[in-house]
Design a protein around this ligand. Structure first.
Ligand code: GAL
Length: 663
């Protein structure tokens, strides 16, 4: 997937060590603290820090000024202690003077309200002024540190996520649309503007979707989301290309938010040398570990299977939920090693030292308010030692999967809009439910785009892809023809590239593939409502469909309006599931389908709550519970890299215990 064959990669930075460290914001502290910082970093085994993420005002306190002295001293300090620096372009938090002198750099929301300075990410992706200042700063930063021995990697911006509905964005949106459609006629056709008298007679009439009286045109909204992702990507590319020019040998990344709707994550990842993500599952969420696994699987897949970077996580509590729980003892280590199991070669945090001021002063740090004696830092230190032990055995190795779950941002954007059959069905929720079933079955999964080459997978699962391009549909049909097993949930292939409903309510090629003769009606379910099916209950959704001759009804609806109609339909190697079976039932169904396709769980007979992942020749066992459990191991001796002991037969894992076994 990587665009440049000779591109630098994470391996150039790790060199056999797992990167360990995090965002470091020493400009918030008096310089005396810096010495203490590096001493504690060495103590904890930190080998990488990210500097400068929010340092724009410090580097450029006045327009055009450059104050690099403090950063020079920091870079030197890190180098003197053997700590590598991931240097960020600080362009996600413009200083107040930029907004004051150039209000055109500030984004506007749907209601036309300005997002003012006083927080962060208050920049318009389409503002020429913003881009000019950001590029100039990036240029000078790159020129100054290109040759610095501490510099290991570039981190562009931070969590690109800003929308802009203002006038400059409107101009850029029109430009983007002209490139896509060429003519207004083509745009009118694609957007279906015959509906509600929306026909555009002049490009100047086309605006971003703004506050409106009633429902907006979904194709317009879809294109605006596409445009926004592309406009933000342009900001990234400008800065990426500047730093690449100065340091072609160093990798470039930018951090994604976990399962975030705002960027086309496939497209973006292809432009990075290292794919990185921020991950903050709720420690209280019983499915927090699965959320982590899903994001990790997605990030690894975005990286084309190459090692990736956990750029940010919390050592303890975050500060942005309604109620913010700390991580109980052992969980930080467990979740960090889970990321390594699923392909991460870097385990980093927001942030090194917990702030005493500012909006995130109650967000944990590697060194929390409790200081080095606090449990948080002590656990961080322990983790540093674990990662140091694992590094030489783990880095560079890959996780392989026989199953792919399909995910596409465009389908997400088209699906989760107003005016849909059920507001209860959300794209990410359905994806989570299907991933959960596979995760609980101990089947490792990749994620893939519906147009990717799927031939390496024994089973492909489509939780839900509302919008599918013709290419994607052909790809799925071709995959099954070539011997693959395909399972699809409901609301897949409903619309085409422009979000136009396919004839018959679902693409005819897919209906034929799944053995659906007629899709009569959708019957969405209310909260708490279930649809009884043979042997299980369906939730969220049900469908009135008629099977084609030859298709097998594996489970039918029982009772009610749909009595006797297929709930689960099978046509050879293609399966269609027209409801969301309760978790246990979805697990059973997927266990049957995957086993039928020759897919084996990572390990059989695992106790509840134990996750098993293979990475290279290592077997990771991760216990997500608090009571000790005993795992039956594959035959032979195993060397546990974390304890240095040899284990045979069975292994007991204590509270949040982890073992990393080599046969
Ligand atoms: C991330 C962000 C960090 C910090 C962190 C807190 O989204 O990149 O700067 O705000 O969240 O959880």
């Amino acid at each position: 997937m990587r665009a440049r064959p000779q591109a630098p990669s994470l391996a150039d930075v790790t060199r056999g060590r797992i990167l360990f460290g995090g965002d470091h914001n020493p400009e918030q502290w008096p310089e005396e603290t810096w010495q203490d910082d590096v001493r504690l970093m060495k103590d904890a085994g930190v080998n990488s820090v990210t500097l400068g993420v929010f340092s724009w005002a410090r580097i450029e306190p006045r327009p055009g000024a450059r104050e690099f002295g403090w950063l020079d001293r920091l870079m030197d300090l890190m180098h003197a202690h053997g700590i590598g620096v991931v240097l960020a372009t600080p362009t996600s938090a413009p200083p107040p003077w930029l907004g004051r002198l150039h209000p055109d750099t500030l984004p506007r929301d749907e209601d036309g309200r300005t997002e003012w300075w006083g927080s962060r990410q208050h920049f318009s992706h389409s503002s020429a002024t913003y881009r000019r200042y950001a590029a100039a700063l990036t240029e000078d930063l790159a020129a100054r540190y290109a040759g610095h021995p501490a510099l290991t990697m570039w981190h562009i911006g931070n969590e690109y996520c800003t929308y802009d509905h203002g006038d400059e964005a409107a101009t850029a949106f029109r430009r983007w649309l002209r490139e896509r459609y060429g003519t207004l006629d083509a745009l009118n056709t694609a957007w279906g503007t015959a509906f509600w008298s929306q026909h555009y007679g002049d490009w100047a009439e086309v605006i971003p979707p703004r506050r409106a009286h009633y429902l907006k045109n979904p194709a317009h909204v879809l294109d605006f989301r596409r445009f926004t992702s592309d406009a933000l990507l342009k900001c990234f590319l400008v800065e990426r290309d500047i730093v690449r020019r100065h340091t072609p040998h160093l990798p470039v990344t930018t951090n994604f938010m976990p399962l975030f709707a705002g960027q086309d994550g496939w497209r973006w990842a292809a432009e990075e040398d290292v794919v990185s993500v921020d991950l903050y599952p709720d420690p209280r969420d019983p499915l927090g570990a699965q959320e982590g696994a899903l994001v990790q699987d997605l990030t690894r897949s975005q990286a084309g299977g190459a090692p990736w970077m956990l750029m940010e996580q919390a050592a303890g509590a975050v500060s942005w939920r309604g109620v913010n729980h700390p991580k109980p003892r052992g969980m930080n280590r467990l979740w960090s090693l889970q990321a390594v199991a699923r392909g991460a070669d870097a385990v980093c945090y927001f942030q090194w030292r917990q702030s005493r001021q500012g909006a995130e002063k109650f967000h944990s740090g590697m060194v929390g308010h409790a200081g080095p004696e606090g449990r948080g830092f002590q656990e961080v230190k322990g983790l540093g030692a674990d990662l140091a032990a694992l590094g030489p055995h783990v880095t560079g190795s890959r996780v392989t999967a026989d199953v792919a779950l399909l995910h596409d941002w465009h389908a997400w954007w088209a699906a989760d809009q107003e005016g849909r059959p059920s507001a209860r069905v959300d794209h990410a929720g359905v994806l989570r439910a299907w991933h959960r079933a596979l995760w609980e079955n101990h089947v490792t999964t990749d994620l893939a785009h519906p147009e990717h080459d799927l031939s390496a997978y024994r089973v492909v699962v489509v939780p839900r892809l509302h919008l599918l391009t013709d290419t994607a549909v052909d790809n799925l049909v071709g995959y099954v023809r070539a011997g693959g097993t395909l399972v699809s949930g409901f609301l897949t292939g409903v619309t085409d590239r422009d979000d136009r409903v396919r004839p018959g309510g679902m693409d005819p090629r897919l209906r034929e593939l799944f053995g659906i003769r007629v899709l009569h009606e959708w019957w969405p379910l209310e909260a708490g409502e279930t649809a009884a099916c043979d042997g299980f209950d369906g939730t969220l959704w049900s469908e009135e469909l008629q099977a084609a001759p030859g298709a097998e009804t594996v489970a039918a609806y029982r009772g009610g309006e749909l009595d006797g109609l297929p709930a689960v339909l099978r046509n050879g190697r293609a399966w269609y599931v027209s409801t969301l079976p309760v978790p246990q039932a979805l697990r059973t169904l997927l266990a049957r389908i995957t086993a039928g396709a020759g897919v084996r769980p990572v390990l059989d007979g695992l106790p509840a709550g134990v996750e098993a992942v293979r990475r290279g020749d290592l077997l990771f066992l991760l216990h997500h519970g608090r009571e000790p459990v005993t795992v039956t191991l594959p035959d032979g001796d195993h060397h546990d890299l974390l304890t240095g002991t040899t284990v045979t037969g069975t292994l007991t894992l204590g509270r949040y215990g982890v073992a990393v076994l080599r046969p």
